[in-house]
Design a binder for this molecule. Structure first.
Ligand SMILES: *Cc1c(COP(=O)(O)O)cnc(C)c1O
Length: 234
């Protein structure tokens, strides 16, 4: 079995190769290690191998993990990203404990995150989650509503709108994967044409990272390829 540190190296090399193959500068890509369902020790192992940014989906799990990492390794300064569904009664701890939130898809949630961001902390970095495949079951704002929502979020004082995030419908076909990511990129262009500057496209997971990088991703969110398969039953 390969270690987390070996996996991180392999994923970083893979990102670099994919970027170069698309004529892109590998420096434009950030790796978010998605540590949901994995223990604090896995985060520590990745951090000690040089990983700085970690993504979590479940608030309670994330808060406990952050505390444990902090207690065991107070010298580690990690950057935590919230990437899961947000209930409106959970916005306060999210705005108090994370540097980024990728899963904002409603004005009300954005307003609460902005109001509740503690004074003295830097503004909270936001990606607007877009339901790019239009699946009824998925979170995310519909593409046709994204520009209007971006305009509302961009003016909130506690937040900085950085870009867009999407989790497209799963497909093994790289052309289908690329089509969805291309739509997200075009939507980002539309928002920028409306006068809002963005620098982030949070797109690509373990199974569709190459397609996302080819279509302009600036942040890939990788769980399985770093930490292994998740076991939700545990
Ligand atoms: C779990 C998750 C990931 C990581 O997925 P892998 O397939 O394990 O790389 C990325 N983004 C979001 C929003 C997730 O929920």
């Amino acid at each position: 079995m390969s270690s987390i540190s070996d996996n991180l190296q392999a994923v970083s090399a893979d990102i670099r190769t994919a970027a170069l193959a698309s004529g892109r500068d590998p420096q434009q890509l950030r790796l978010l290690a998605v540590s949901k369902t994995f223990p604090a020790d896995a985060v520590i192992e990745a951090a000690e191998a040089g990983q700085h940014c970690f993504g979590e989906n479940y608030l309670q799990e994330a808060l406990e993990k952050m505390q444990e990492v902090q207690a065991k390794k107070p010298q580690l300064q990690l950057e935590w990203h919230f990437i899961g569904p947000i209930q409106s009664n959970k916005t306060r701890p999210i705005s108090e404990h994370f540097a980024w939130v990728h899963s904002v898809d409603r004005e009300k949630i954005a307003q609460r995150l902005s109001e509740q961001r503690p004074a003295g902390m830097p503004v909270l970095n936001i990606c607007l989650q877009v339901n790019i495949s239009g699946e009824a079951s998925k979170s995310g704002v519909l593409p046709e509503e994204a520009v209007a929502l971006a305009q509302k979020i961009a003016v909130l004082p506690g937040l900085q709108l950085r870009g867009l995030m999407a989790v497209p419908e799963a497909s093994d076909d790289e052309q289908v994967q690329r089509q969805a990511f291309r739509q997200l990129k075009l939507l980002s262009d539309d928002i920028q044409a409306a006068g809002i500057s963005l620098d982030t496209l949070s797109m690509g997971m373990s199974s569709d990272m190459h397609a996302a990088i080819a279509e302009g991703s600036t942040m890939v969110r990788i769980g399985t390829a770093i930490f292994g398969n998740r076991n939700y039953a545990k």
